[in-house]
Design a protein around this ligand. Structure first.
Ligand SMILES: Cc1cc2nc3c(=O)[nH]c(=O)nc-3n(C[C@H](O)[C@H](O)[C@H](O)COP(=O)(O)OP(=O)(O)OC[C@H]3O[C@@H](n4cnc5c(N)ncnc54)[C@H](O)[C@@H]3O)c2cc1C
Length: 355
């Protein structure tokens, strides 16, 4: 049995199936509600229930405290409907959002490549093309796991019949352990997408004459790679800079291809920075973390750019601080944090005292 969900302030009413979460129903209807972990842990998708009954599902007690439940708050990624419901959500207007509907997709793994000792490239030939905006991600179904895992699409949108994912193995991680340990060419996989608000704000770049700055760490190269390839394929003439961080030379991947792209496109600059490369190796490029390499490259002045940051939470936080010290405002910084269950679990209520 389905129920009706009215989303204010849009005033839009959608159908929600039994057991379907509010977030899933909204995204499949092309309505973006803010969200991040999709596990009931990070609280990004907290919304107000104005009318009707819901079931809180697996919302963690840290992300949604008892008093918040009593005040009618819920987590959209876990909550299901028990009657017709009205919610109030913060819906931001984004002129560059295509608001593509989230749908189910299936495909065959066409190729697997060890990009580094910890990152696998997985190419999936889809049964039907997936239309997405460069920077967006899919959620891959993992056998035996209820919650699909998020992976950004590393290929350009123009090749939507086949997508490339770059998956870093997380120690103790079930999904990435399966991708690295069992998944092979020829296997069938299922995924959902496209997800996310990490896409190019081209209208603002054009209106304000701003350049593109991408800061990537580890497998966080995936979204910026898709965005850079998309911009270059479209003939973008604005300055594009990619600062790509890895621990060591063996953890640096797609490096030669970016060096080649920079040689072919005068408006594209590529900076690779290694944070843990042994002293005395033959690496002649930048050393240090991504934010340090960016600061040195731009002489601590990032004005005239919008910045797109993608990678682990610590890297993103360090980059935001550096960019703001280098005179970029928060409104010009977009982030995609590669949080896992462990990171999301660390997001505590402000009432949870730090010790
Ligand atoms: C929008 C987005 C895009 C992403 N894109 C990419 C990408 O392109 N490439 C990429 O490599 N990664 C990406 N990630 C990160 C990726 O989704 C995670 O690494 C992945 O979900 C981990 O899944 P797993 O099943 O291997 O690990 P999990 O089994 O979920 O566990 C992860 C870690 O947390 C621990 N853990 C599990 N449950 C808990 C708990 N309840 N409390 C504390 N610790 C726990 C585990 O022991 C393990 O160390 C992205 C993440 C997001 C949010």
């Amino acid at each position: 049995m389905s129920h009706q969900l009215t989303i204010e302030p849009l005033g839009q009413t959608i159908e929600v199936e039994e057991g379907q979460t509010i977030l899933d129903a909204a995204l499949r209807a092309g309505i973006y509600l803010p969200h991040a972990c999709c596990h009931g842990l990070c609280a990004t998708c907290k919304i107000q229930v104005a009318d009707g009954e819901i079931d809180h599902g697996d919302a963690s007690n840290f992300a949604l405290m008892d008093y918040e439940r009593e005040e009618g708050l819920c987590l959209a990624c876990c909550a299901t409907l028990e009657s017709d419901v009205v919610i109030e959500a913060e819906i931001e207007e984004e002129p560059d959002a295509l608001n593509l509907l989230v749908e189910d997709y299936a495909g065959v793994v066409s190729r697997i490549e060890e990009l580094t000792p910890t990152i696998r490239g997985v190419w999936i030939a889809l049964d039907r093309p997936l239309v997405f905006q460069a920077g967006q991600y899919v959620r891959l179904q993992i056998p035996g796991e209820a919650s699909p895992r998020a992976f950004s699409i590393a290929s350009a949108p123009g090749l939507a019949g086949e997508i490339e994912l770059n998956v870093r193995r997380v120690p103790g991680g079930k999904g990435t352990g399966w991708v690295h340990g069992q998944l092979k060419a020829g296997d069938r996989v299922q995924l959902l997408g496209p997800y996310g608000r990490f896409f190019l704000r081209q209208s603002a770049h054009d209106a304000e004459g701003l350049g593109y700055l991408f800061l990537a760490g580890g497998s966080g190269l995936s979204s910026p790679r898709s965005m850079v390839l998309d911009l270059l394929a479209a003939g973008c003439e604005r300055p594009i800079t990619l600062v790509n961080g890895a621990r060591s030379r063996e953890e640096l991947y797609h490096h030669d291809a970016f060096v080649q792209l920079a040689a072919e496109h005068p408006n594209f600059t590529y900076v690779a920075a290694l944070s843990d490369e042994p002293e005395g190796s033959d690496w002649a490029g930048a050393r240090g973390f991504v934010h340090e390499a960016a600061k040195a490259h731009f002489n601590n002045d990032f004005r005239g750019h919008k910045a797109y940051l993608c990678g682990p939470p610590l890297m993103i936080d360090a980059c935001i601080t550096t960019l703001m010290q280098g005179r970029l405002f928060e409104r010009d910084i977009y982030t995609e944090k590669f949080i896992s269950a462990a990171d999301a679990q660390q997001v505590r209520s402000p009432l949870f005292r730090k010790i």
